[in-house]
Write a protein that binds this ligand. Structure first.
Ligand code: IGP
Length: 266
């Protein structure tokens, strides 16, 4: 029996083949070459200052179902930016997360900060597609990739001027991310194979992330207290979705998370 991750990736591949039929890679590559140049996302994450917030445009999730009815993803992203976010993550996976490249386009047009295409990247076509739609960053999930593909997609992203957030959930995956030379390493508290959350994952893995890499705590950050905890454990960035889309003012919620990080750093 396959894992949840296997199921999600199978659906992603089907959707991808349909897009590839409509727009062959050669044409997509031209779009990528003509896209707005990528911002230097890595520089923003390594800059001094308090914890960096990656704020996510997230409509639904396989574990929680519908989270928020987001009528205006660009407006939401603009609120995050006004609240001090360093980057916007836009889920583009359709079947389980309700995302789309349309959301990515809308956000890209509105904000001036780096935009992360958050999806299950398993094919070079998707990386070119990310750049064609103006992404500055992509997510690479180590659990979904063998070493060969991980290396190829990482290299391709870099060649296109993008940075990669390389996501791990356990020690073995972390070793692979470090060996790859990943500069942005995300520890996802959620195991994508089972959807279970392990709130201690970041604290356990962070000591093994070399200090010259950016440590990102991902998932299940419910509020300022959780930011304080991961910053004390060494996080220099946090990736937050649900708590921002289900709260009141996204701008104030974003600012409150960053404030908590600031307080924990000093
Ligand atoms: O909504 P949360 O618990 O704040 O989580 C955000 C983000 O970490 C989560 O959406 C995520 C992390 N890694 C992923 C990989 C694929 C899809 C989604 C994700």
């Amino acid at each position: 029996m396959g894992t949840v991750l296997d199921d999600i990736v199978a659906g992603v591949r089907e959707d991808l083949e349909e897009r590839r039929r409509l727009l062959p890679l050669t044409q997509l590559a031209q779009d990528a070459a003509q896209a707005v140049p990528a911002l230097d996302a890595l520089a923003r994450f390594t800059a001094p200052g308090p914890v960096k917030l990656i704020a996510e445009v997230k409509r639904r999730s396989p574990s929680k179902g519908e989270l928020a009815d987001i009528a205006d993803p660009a407006g939401l992203a603009a609120d995050y930016e006004a609240g001090g976010a360093t980057a916007i993550s836009v889920l583009t996976e359709r079947r389980r997360f309700g995302g789309s490249l349309r959301d990515l386009d809308a956000v890209r047009e509105r904000v001036r900060i780096p935009v992360l295409r958050k999806d299950f990247m398993v094919d070079p076509y998707q990386v070119t597609e990310a750049r064609a739609h103006g992404a500055d960053l992509i997510l690479l999930i180590v659990a979904a990739l063998d070493d060969h593909l991980l290396r190829d997609l990482h290299q391709q992203a870099t060649a296109l001027g993008m940075a990669a957030l390389v996501e791990v959930h356990d020690e073995a995956e972390l070793e692979r991310a470090v060996a790859l030379g990943a500069q942005l390493i995300g520890v996802n508290a959620r195991n994508l194979k089972t959807l279970e959350v392990d709130p201690a994952a970041f604290g356990r893995l962070a000591p093994f992330v070399p200090d010259d890499r950016v440590k990102v705590a991902e998932s299940s950050i419910g509020g300022p207290a959780d930011v304080t905890a991961v910053v004390r454990d060494g996080a220099s960035a946090v990736l937050v979705g649900e708590a921002l889309v289900t709260g009141g003012s996204p701008r104030e919620a974003a600012a409150a998370l960053i404030d908590a990080g600031r307080a924990a750093t000093v």
